[in-house]
Ligand binder design. Sequence first.
Ligand SMILES: NC(=O)c1ccc[n+]([C@@H]2O[C@H](COP(=O)([O-])OP(=O)(O)OC[C@H]3O[C@@H](n4cnc5c(N)ncnc54)[C@H](O)[C@@H]3O)[C@@H](O)[C@H]2O)c1
Length: 279
Amino acid sequence: MGRVDGKVAFITGAARGQGRSHALRLAQEGADIIAVDIAESIPGMERFYAGATQEDFDETVRQVEALDRRIVARTADVRDFDALKAALDEGVAELGHVDIVSANAGVFAFGDESQLVTDAEWDMVNDINAKGVWHTAKAVIPHLIEQGTGGSIILTSSTAGLKGTPNVVAYTASKHAVVGIMRTLALELAPHRIRVNTVHPTGVATDMILNEATFRLFMPDVEHPTQDAAAEIFATTNALPIPWVEPIDISNAVLYLASDEARYVTGTELKIDAGYTIK
Ligand SMILES: NC(=O)c1ccc[n+]([C@@H]2O[C@H](COP(=O)([O-])OP(=O)(O)OC[C@H]3O[C@@H](n4cnc5c(N)ncnc54)[C@H](O)[C@@H]3O)[C@@H](O)[C@H]2O)c1
């Protein structure tokens, strides 16, 4: 028996990184997957890091199918509610229901002092990271209530959803907003036995942070900072002596919250942060 046997998980940002890892971990434990990703570069993100591609998304599909699970994968932008809802509805029509939700899609923009951040950057980050999470919930809640079988919604925040982060104002605000969404939904949906929680990773080894632009956030004076040099500085931010965690570490937390082992866990901010937030 898998820990989420027979369930269907709706995952945004599933083309690569943590989203792909969540899809695979949940599939290993018996879930079928409805996967959404924009799967292309996002205007405004060019100066930070490269976006996911259709090839990345195809690879997620291939790896889930290799586990003998079904996956319905659709490209959609979480900022576009109608497209997101259509993708989910197609998945539910094909797989029969939806039980687990991972609102994971997000972008990381950073580097400027708050007074220098443009409205365009603020809007892009908050539209994806906060409004996109609300859209994901808004699309799935009617399905969960109508099914009447409960559910688990897991919203991906960050350590930046619990602590201030200098020179990262838009992202930090967006990830705090995710906590507010979680607390509100947890109360609204508790009568339906739908649980809502957040996960708060420290740095995770994905394309979002393993890039020169992010390394430079910690080493502004170095033109081409290396990953080894960045690892040393990242490690000083965590209590445990590690620079970052791996996507599987977050997936195991998502799996726990998705499973019946967490049947009375709701409204919780689950930190997978190597002690970052207690420093
Ligand atoms: N990597 C970290 O250090 C870290 C730390 C804490 C929290 N997080 C959060 O974890 C989540 C996953 O990030 P990751 O590390 O896997 O990064 P990633 O960049 O590898 O993956 C993010 C995925 O989201 C997708 N996406 C982005 N905008 C989208 C949109 N508008 N519509 C649909 N899909 C979209 C991307 O295409 C990509 O596939 C994000 O919410 C991120 O903010 C990351």
